[in-house]
Design a protein around this ligand. Structure first.
Ligand code: F6P
Ligand code: MN
Length: 328
C-alpha cells in the first residue's frame, strides 16, 4: 500500500479530513525533493558552509537553507497552512495565500543532524502539524500548544533508504521510498517499541555536565551485569536525532539528550516544537514513552517557539525508571 492509499483509508477509518492527507502528501513531496538533493552529496555542493548562523547560533549550510525553502514551497502550495515555524527562521513564516479557513500550523526542522552532511552521514527532516486556532491573530502564541494537541507528526530519514515515518494519532507507521516509482510504500505498519531493550543513545562527551540522576542512571547502565541493573547495555550515538530515534522505533532502547549545566539557562539541547514534541508523539504512538525526566513531554506548555527541553524517549520501562531516578 502506498502513502496516498494509506491516507485515503485512514481518512475513512479515522474520519480525519482529506485536507490532512493533502498536507501530509505535500510534506512527503518535500521529503522526496530533499532526498534527491542530499543524495547528490558533494556534487550538489551540499556541504557548502555559509557565513550565516541561524537563530540557534548554529552555522548554516546551503543545504539547511535549500531544505527550508523546499518545505516552505511545498506547504505554500497546499494553501492549507496559516503559518510555519522552522529551525532556520527566528520568527514564524506566514503564508500570504492560504485559504481563509486554512486549518493547520506546521513546525519543522528541515535538516536535522546536518553536521553529518560533511561526511555523507544520515540526516532527516522532522515535522509537527498543529491546529490553527480559528480567527487567530498571527502571532507566535498560536504555535505555543501542548504536544498532545498535535494532529500529526513525522520525519523523513535520508539514509541508505529514504523513509517516511508518520502518526496521525492512530499508531506509528513507516514507509520506504521506492526509488523506481518514487512512491512511499508502507513497509512497517504499526511499529511497536519493546518495553525493554538494553541500549541507550547519549552524547557521552557531555557526561561531566549532567545532573546527578542522569550521572547515576548511565553509571548503573555501564556497570552491566555486575551492577544494580544486572544487565549489559549497548550504546549508539548517530548525532542525528532522526537516525537515533528511528533505531529506537525499530528495535527499542532509549534516546537521551538531558539537561546539562554547561549553559546554565538552557534546559536542554533539542527544540520542543519541531524536534522533541513530534518525536514524542511518534514514540508514544508506538507504545514507548517520552519524558523530560520530570514531566511528560506532550503535556508541556511551550513558552517560546524555539524553546529547548530535555529529551528522554524510548522503551517504556526504561523511561519510567529514568523518571524514578529523577524523583529519588
Ligand atoms: O538538531 C540537533 C542535533 O543535531 C540532533 O539531531 C542530534 O541528536 C544532536 O543535535 C546531536 O548533538 P551533539 O552535537 O551533542 O552530538
Ligand atoms: Mn535538528
Amino acid at each position: 500500500m502506498n502513502l496516498s492509499d494509506f491516507l485515503n483509508q485512514s481518512c475513512v477509518t479515522l474520519s480525519h479530513s482529506n485536507q490532512l492527507s493533502q498536507l501530509i502528501l505535500s510534506i512527503a513531496e518535500a521529503g522526496k525533493q530533499i532526498a534527491a538533493l542530499v543524495a547528490k552529496g558533494k556534487l550538489a555542493g551540499v556541504s557548502h558552509h555559509l557565513d550565516s548562523i541561524n537563530v540557534q547560533g548554529e552555522a548554516q549550510m546551503q543545504l539547511d537553507i535549500s531544505s527550508h525553502d523546499i518545505f516552505i514551497n511545498c506547504l505554500a502550495a497546499t494553501k492549507l497552512v496559516v503559518g510555519a515555524v522552522s529551525e532556520e527562521l527566528a520568527s514564524p513564516h506566514y503564508f500570504p495565500d492560504h485559504l481563509p479557513d486554512a486549518p493547520y500550523l506546521v513546525c519543522f526542522d528541515p535538516l536535522d543532524g546536518s553536521s553529518n552532511v560533511a561526511f555523507d552521514g544520515v540526516v532527516g527532516s522532522i515535522f509537527s502539524i498543529l491546529p490553527a486556532p480559528p480567527n487567530a491573530v498571527r502571532s507566535e502564541e498560536m504555535f505555543l500548544q501542548q504536544g498532545v494537541h498535535q494532529i500529526a507528526a513525522g520525519y523523513v530519514l535520508y539514509g541508505p533508504a529514504t523513509m517516511l515515518v508518520i502518526s496521525v494519532g492512530a499508531g506509528t507507521h513507516a514507509f520506504t521510498l521506492d526509488p523506481d516509482t518514487q512512491a512511499f510504500e508502507l513497509t512497517h505498519p504499526n511499529l511497536q517499541i519493546p518495553a525493554h531493550y538494553p541500549e541507550f543513545a547519549i552524547n557521552a562527551s557531555r557526561q561531566r555536565y549532567w545532573e546527578t540522576p542522569m550521572q547515576q542512571y548511565i553509571a548503573d547502565c555501564l556497570a552491566g551485569e555486575e551492577g544494580v541493573r544486572q544487565c549489559n547495555f549497548n550504546m549508539r550515538w548517530m548525532a542525528s536525532m532522526v537516525a537515533d530515534v528511528h533505531r529506537i522505533l525499530m528495535r527499542g532502547g532509549v534516546f537521551l539528550y538531558p539537561k546539562d549545566n554547561q549553559v546554565i539557562d538552557r534546559a536542554g539541547r533539542l527544540r520542543l516544537l519541531y524536534e522533541v514534541s513530534p518525536m514524542s508523539m511518534l514514540i508514544e504512538q508506538a507504545g514507548g514513552k517520552a519524558s523530560t525526566g520530570r514531566a511528560s513531554v506532550l503535556d508541556l506548555y511551550p513558552s517560546q517557539i524555539h524553546q529547548r527541553v530535555p529529551a528522554i524517549l524510548g522503551s517504556i520501562n526504561e523511561v519510567d525508571l529514568i523518571e524514578q531516578y529523577h524523583q529519588r
